[in-house]
Ligand binder design. Structure first.
Ligand SMILES: O=C[C@H](O)COP(=O)(O)O
Length: 313
């Protein structure tokens, strides 16, 4: 299984960084139009998006029953008759993502399906807790059986440019994860500039994050294509410098099949085909699966199914 060992902190690589925001926005704006996907290819891309979803519930009123239903959906995300029609078997989502107190229920519900359980931790979503409590929360989630841990970075450290302190925190979090793989949520909507997004991406990767992730889903601005483009370029640079592939997870506000296609195009164009696999790419989403299933159904039947025909994602 792919892991990022990290490196020593190296702030020299972003000391003089300047990002041409209009150029990034122009490039991001051209991505959706870049591939006119043929119909049969479009279905394959939609199915691949399902494979890459971190199917998420992160609500204050989550219950074990809701998590069990989510896990049933993760095991069988698309109606069997539709899958049969496109000749696909054994399709599951990439993972389920829950709060730490729901990890045990998720593990039970997923049984031996092989679907990983991701847990948010470190005082998600704000991260405004003493470090020892944030580390204890990671250890709790791992003890409960979490396979992956989604940590949040301290936005204050990033905004004040305290990169060494940020690096040390993330390193300590990675250590607390033990065998679990770690995603670092940058909460890019709160980082004020694309330069800060690039700097935080590098620090998180140098500190050993296996994924960098855009957002918690709770910020005012969540995943956008320009921010994702900057993060992907940082991943590319990190690979060029260290030889290690770091995964990417856009999350927050991704609800439509078109979103899923756009972000996959971004992966393919910026990072290459390897980043179309759940090992290197996940889409964090609580309400994307419904539209993916609707579009796959349309591909199979030629018309849109009534909402009640499709399970609620
Ligand atoms: O990590 C995943 C996000 O919390 C999901 O955000 P969403 O509810 O906007 O899909």
């Amino acid at each position: 299984m792919r892991r990022n060992p990290g490196t020593d902190l190296n702030t020299d690589i972003f000391a003089d960084i300047h990002i041409n925001t209009p150029a990034v926005e122009r490039r991001a704006a051209t991505l959706p139009a870049r591939r006119s996907l043929k119909k049969e290819h479009q279905a394959a891309w939609l199915l691949n998006a399902v494979r890459c979803i971190d199917l998420t519930t992160l609500a204050g009123d989550d219950t074990e029953d809701r998590v069990a239903r989510l896990c049933a959906k993760a095991r069988q995300p698309i109606a069997p008759d539709l899958l049969e029609a496109v000749g696909v078997t054994g399709l599951t989502t990439g993972a389920v993502c829950v709060y730490p107190t729901m990890v045990a229920a998720a593990k039970r519900a997923l049984g031996n399906s092989g679907i990983p359980v991701a847990s948010v931790a470190t005082g998600f979503p704000a991260g405004l807790m003493p470090l020892d409590l944030r580390l204890a929360e990671i250890r709790y989630a791992v003890d409960q059986g979490a396979d992956e841990i989604d940590i949040v970075i301290s936005r204050g450290l990033a905004l004040r440019g305290e990169w060494s302190a940020l690096y040390d925190e993330i390193r300590a979090m990675k250590e607390a994860c033990g065998q679990a793989r770690m995603k670092a949520i940058l909460a890019t909507g709160e980082l004020k500039s694309l330069e800060n997004v690039a700097r935080a991406s590098h620090v998180a990767m140098q500190a050993g994050s296996d994924w960098i992730k855009t957002s918690t889903g709770k910020e005012g601005v969540n995943a956008t294509l320009p921010v994702s483009l900057v993060m992907c370029r940082a991943i590319r640079d990190h690979q060029a410098m260290t030889g290690h592939k770091v995964a990417f997870k856009p999350a927050g506000g991704l609800r439509t099949a078109k979103d899923a296609l756009n972000w996959q195009i971004l992966m393919k164009e910026e990072l290459g085909r390897d980043w179309l696999d759940p090992d290197l790419f996940r889409i964090g989403a609580s309400s994307l699966l419904g539209d993916l299933e609707r579009q796959i159904s349309h591909h199979v039947t030629g018309r849109y199914a009534a909402a009640h025909r499709l399970a609620i994602a």
